[in-house]
Design a protein around this ligand. Structure first.
Ligand SMILES: [Zn+2]
Length: 493
């Protein structure tokens, strides 16, 4: 529909412009530190947290006359990542020198891959992968500034321990459309990489870092707008917030008739502000050329077979199987699949067969058990899959109430044991005989006469104190639904 010049302007909604006039287009570049024993091109050990500049050699310090040798394990991990993401593996790829001067790069160039990367194409979930390549990390610069701002430091010091660490750079196509989706997809990628065992994927320690390319376009348009690059975000929360802040910034510019300038940006989570690191004019010309000191990477049958053997069922496939075969909700399926230790526990509990359905069992694992584990492994606690299956079955069969089930689980996690024995010892069995419960409900109505009167008058929320009274009297053994039913029955409403 073409715009007519006489069409009156849209009235502002709540003082702000309408939300859906622009569509964000987001692509991600993820740097993954590979979990090798040694650096990418030398034999220096990779251990986190060592004293500064104690893990260096002539190769990673860029001293004259030293020669790099590519780390076979890093190449193996690169192939495993490529296979897991469904990439096309290059039979032959080469390393390039990416030239630039910076204090964290003693050679004056970074060894990376350019137009012949290890892997191309691929897909994870519904997001397409553009390429995956291998490179070395730069050293770590630490800015010591009185103002605390990155660009106004009084001094910078450098730690070469990180210099030469193997990285896989994973570049997506610009398929993401919201900050939330970007965060969600990154979580899937992290779960996948963690399961593959190729990286610690620890964002705080910097073993997973993310840049985002962001542009806006008119909703419905196929034309891509000018993009900016948001650098080096290292927490899921900051990534989502940074992308959101940059989308808002570009939207303000476009709505005021301005133009987005192509530049590299930094997001400061403390102030929620975006600052420019460099504009397109200041962009480096990296003068890429093939690294003459390294052989091309040629994938032979042996390397391919080893990479294939390292693949197990990946989180996305596992989640799809839970939905397809067990009819789990997408949320439960994802929670179990993204934490293999929970997924394994759930499958063992399912195999142990209680009376609970797969979804009920999944809820016990992802909600109740997970809440008691924090980020830990259920195998490190007292509860066994069989005990949880039995407990979920007892609750499903109304042998015990949900509240009593939670108390039993507390015990199981802390001390282990058999659910039935805990129920017997603690006297947690559901009240059998409606008469006993009916008498307790009658007493609760008497003790909460005001609340009872309000329920009679139609105030449904007033039932709270009455149910609470019954639960206290029965120590959580009563079934909440049954209590509510009896309350209404005895009040005649
Ligand atoms: Zn070294």
């Amino acid at each position: 529909m073409s715009e007519h010049p006489r069409t009156p302007a849209q009235p502002p909604v709540g003082g702000s412009p309408k939300q859906n006039s622009y569509e964000p287009v987001i692509g991600l570049e993820i740097h993954v530190q590979l979990k090798t024993a040694t650096k990418m091109f030398c034999g220096c050990a990779l251990t986190f947290g060592e004293p500064p500049n104690t893990r260096t050699c002539p190769v990673c310090l860029g001293l004259p006359g030293s020669l790099p040798v590519a780390n076979a394990r890093a190449i193996h991990y690169g192939l495993v990542i490529g296979l897991a993401l469904g990439c096309e593996l290059a039979p032959r790829s080469i390393f390039h020198r990416k030239n630039y001067f910076y204090p964290d790069l003693p050679k004056g160039y970074q060894i990376s891959q350019y137009d012949e990367p290890l892997c191309r194409g691929g897909q994870l979930g519904d997001i397409r992968i553009h390429r995956v390549h291998l490179e070395e990390d730069a050293a770590k610069l630490i800015h010591i500034g009185s103002s605390g701002r990155i660009h106004s430091s009084d001094a910078s010091i450098v730690d070469f321990n990180r210099g030469g660490t193997p990285l896989a750079e994973i570049v997506t196509e610009p398929d993401l459309r919201s900050p939330e989706r970007a965060g969600e997809w990154l979580r899937l990628l992290r779960a996948t990489l963690r399961q593959l065992g190729v990286s610690d994927v620890n964002m705080e320690e910097g073993s997973l870092r993310c840049d985002a390319n962001i542009s806006l376009r008119a909703a419905g348009s196929e034309h891509l707008g000018t993009k900016t690059e948001l650098k080096n975000m290292n927490s899921f929360r900051f990534i989502e917030r940074g992308i959101r802040a940059e989308i808002a910034r570009q939207q303000r510019i476009l709505e005021h008739g301005g133009e987005v300038v192509q530049e590299t940006l930094h997001y400061d989570p403390a102030s929620d502000r975006i600052t420019s690191l460099r504009s397109k004019e200041e962009a480096h010309d990296y003068r890429y050329f093939p690294e003459p000191d390294l052989l091309p990477v040629a994938i032979d049958e042996h390397m391919l077979a080893a990479a294939k053997a390292a693949l197990t069922e990946l989180p996305a496939d596992r989640a799809a199987r839970y939905e397809r075969e067990l009819s789990l909700s997408p949320d439960s399926a994802q929670l179990l699949a993204f934490r293999p230790e929970l997924g394994g526990f759930f499958e063992a509990a399912l195999a142990a067969q209680g009376d609970a359905s797969a979804q009920t069992l999944a809820n016990w694992v992802t909600v109740e058990l997970a809440a008691r584990l924090d980020d830990g492994d259920p195998a490190a606690t007292g509860v066994t899959p069989r005990a949880l299956a039995e407990l979920a079955g007892m609750v499903a069969a109304k042998q015990i109430s949900v509240g009593a089930g939670r108390q039993v689980l507390d015990k199981l996690v802390a001390e282990g044991g058999e659910p039935q024995a805990i129920v017997d010892a603690e006297g947690l069995a559901a009240l059998d005989g409606a008469d006993e419960l009916a008498a307790i409900v009658a007493a609760a109505l008497e003790a909460n006469a005001d609340a009872a009167q309000r329920v009679r008058e139609g105030n449904t929320k007033a039932i709270g104190p009455i149910v609470g009274h019954v639960m206290r009297e029965t120590r959580g053994r009563a079934d909440g639904t049954e209590v509510a039913r009896l309350v209404h029955e005895q009040l005649g409403v």
